[in-house]
Design a protein around this ligand. Structure first.
Ligand code: ACO
Length: 426
C-alpha cells in the first residue's frame, strides 16, 4: 500500500501524486510543498481550515472529541493536579519538573520579574485610559531593546534564559499597563510571592505593599483566588496553531527578535474573534441585562442578516464542548459558595447555554461554549477589571507562544511564512 494521494486535473486528465505525512495523533497531512512546481497552480484555503503550517510536538487537540493535551498530558490532569508553573516547565522542557527543578524555576522567575527602570518610563508616554492590551503589546516590543542579544541564540541555555525572562516579566508589564490606565502608582513584584499571587498583588496593592482595608481589616489575597487564577493560566497556556501563535511563528520566520514576535502575538490575540472574546462576553452579558432578554439575542445571533454573534460560542477546531470551558464551568460552580460571583450574569449565561445547546441552529453548526464564555464571570469575582481579561489570557499564553517560537527556530527545515494568492485584479 502506498502512502500517497493522487489528484487528477479533470481539464487535462493529468494526475499528480503527493506523499502523505503520518501524525502520531490526529489527522495525517498531505505534503503539497511541490504542488505549485508540479501543477503550476496554488492551493486555496481561506482561513487555513485544512492546512497544517508546521510539524509540532507541543500541544494536541482533537476538536471532535473535545480533547486537549500539552506534551501528551490531558488538560484535565494538568488543571486539577498541577500548578501553572509546572505546566510552564512542562511546555518548555517536555516533562514535568521534580521538586528541586520546580523550586529553582519558581525562584528564577521571581528574580526575573522586575523590569528595567527605563522601561517603566515608557508607560508615561501613553495617554490616560489607554487600553492595557495596546500598552502591553508596545511594552513587550520595547523589552526587545533591553535584551537585544536574544536576537541570536546559540544554545539550549540561551533559549531557556530568553523564555524564562519573558514569562517572568509579562505579569509585571500587564499589571503596569493596567495601573497606568487608571492613573495608579506602579507596584513592583514582591519576591516573597509566587507567580500568580504576585500578579494579583501588583494589580491590587497600595504603595508600601499594603492591601485594601475593609471594615474587617486588611483584605489579603485568598488562596482560593490564587488557585482559581492559576487554573485559568494553565487552561490558556497553549493551543497549538491558533491565530496568535501562527502570528508569532510568522514573525519568527523572518528572523526578528523573539519579544517582537510575542508583541505581535499579543496584538493578534486582542481581536474579539480570538482572545478579546473574554472581555466581549461580559460586555454582552451585561448588555443582555436579564434572563427575559436572552431569547431576543439568541434570535439576533441566528439571523443571517444581523452581524450579532454570541460571544464565547463557536470555535474553529472544537466541534464539541471545549474541554477548557468544561473545567471552567466546574471551577465556577466550586467558587460560587466562596467568592462573590455575579449571580445575574451567571443566570443569563446559564440560560444562553441551555437554549443554544438545544437549538437546531447551534447544534447543526456544532457551536458550543468556548473557554471565553466562562472565564469572565470568574475573573470578575477575582476583582479583575474587564480591560484586563485579555491581558490575563496573554500572561497564560506567553509560555505557549515562546515554546512555539523555540520549536520553530530549532526546526531547520522551516521556511519564511510566505503564502501565495489567487489574483483577481486587473
Ligand atoms: N454566534 C452565532 N453564530 C455563529 C457563531 C456565534 N458565536 N460562531 C459561528 N457562527 C455561525 C456562523 O455564522 C456560520 O454560520 P453559516 O454557516 O450559516 O454562515 C457558522 O456558524 C460557522 O462560523 P464561521 O465563522 O465560519 O466559523 P469559524 O471557524 O471561521 O469561526 C469563531 C470561529 C471565530 C470562533 C466564531 O465561532 C466566532 O466568531 N465566535 C464568537 C467569538 C468567540 O467566542 N471567539 C473566541 C474563540 S476561542 C479563542 O480564540 C480563545
Amino acid at each position: 500500500m502506498k502512502n500517497t494521494i493522487t489528484m487528477t486535473d479533470n481539464s487535462t486528465s493529468k494526475s499528480y501524486e503527493f506523499n502523505i505525512l503520518s501524525s502520531t495523533r490526529g489527522p495525517n497531512a498531505v505534503d503539497i510543498s511541490s504542488f505549485y512546481s508540479e501543477t503550476g497552480m496554488f492551493t486555496y484555503d481561506n482561513g487555513f481550515t485544512s492546512t497544517a503550517s508546521c510539524k509540532s510536538n507541543i500541544t494536541f487537540i482533537d476538536g471532535g472529541k473535545g480533547e486537549l493535551r500539552y506534551r501528551g498530558i490531558e488538560i484535565e490532569e494538568l488543571a486539577h493536579k498541577h500548578s501553572y508553573l509546572e505546566v510552564c516547565y512542562l511546555l518548555l522542557n517536555s516533562s514535568l519538573p521534580n521538586e528541586q527543578e520546580l523550586k529553582e524555576f519558581d525562584l528564577e522567575l521571581r528574580h526575573r520579574s522586575l523590569i528595567h527602570e527605563n522601561l517603566r518610563h515608557l508607560f508615561a508616554a501613553f495617554p490616560a485610559g489607554a487600553h492595557p492590551m495596546a500598552t502591553l503589546s508596545a511594552a513587550t516590543a520595547a523589552l526587545s531593546t533591553f535584551y537585544y542579544d536574544h536576537i541570536v541564540i546559540a544554545n539550549e541555555s540561551g533559549y531557556q534564559e530568553m523564555a524564562r525572562r519573558i514569562i517572568a516579566k509579562i505579569p509585571t508589564l500587564a499589571a503596569f499597563a493596567y495601573r497606568h490606565s487608571i492613573g495608579a502608582p506602579f507596584i513592583h513584584p514582591d519576591i516573597d510571592r509566587g507567580y500568580t499571587e504576585n500578579f494579583l498583588y501588583m494589580l491590587r496593592a497600595y504603595p508600601g505593599g499594603k492591601m485594601h482595608r475593609g471594615i474587617d481589616g486588611e483584605q489579603k489575597i485568598k488562596e482560593i483566588e490564587v488557585k482559581a487564577l492559576d487554573t485559568i493560566f494553565t487552561l490558556h497556556a497553549d493551543h497549538e496553531q491558533n491565530a496568535s501563535t501562527t502570528t508569532v511563528r510568522g514573525v519568527a520566520s523572518t528572523g526578528a527578535h523573539p519579544y517582537v514576535a510575542i508583541s505581535a502575538g499579543i496584538s493578534a490575540l486582542w481581536g474579539r474573534a480570538h482572545g478579546g472574546a473574554n472581555e466581549s462576553v461580559i460586555l454582552q452579558l451585561e448588555m443582555i441585562g436579564s434572563v427575559e432578554n436572552v431569547d431576543k439575542y439568541i434570535a439576533k445571533a441566528k439571523d443571517p442578516n444581523d452581524e450579532f454573534r454570541l460571544m464565547g460560542f463557536g470555535h474553529r477546531v472544537y466541534k464539541n464542548f471545549d474541554p477548557r470551558a468544561k473545567i471552567l464551568k466546574g471551577l465556577q460552580d466550586q467558587l460560587k459558595s466562596e467568592l462573590n460571583l455575579d449571580s445575574n450574569l451567571m443566570e443569563i449565561a446559564a440560560k444562553i447555554e441551555e437554549i443554544a445547546l438545544n437549538d437546531e441552529y447551534f447544534i447543526s453548526r456544532k457551536l458550543y461554549p468556548n473557554i471565553d464564555f466562562y472565564s469572565g464571570v470568574i475573573l470578575t469575582a477575582l476583582g479583575i477589571p474587564k480591560s484586563m481579561f485579555t491581558p490575563v489570557f496573554v500572561i497564560g499564553r506567553t509560555v505557549g507562544w515562546i515554546t512555539q517560537w523555540i520549536e520553530f527556530k530549532k526546526d531547520t527545515s522551516m521556511k519564511i511564512a510566505r503564502p501565495r494568492q489567487l489574483y483577481m485584479g486587473k
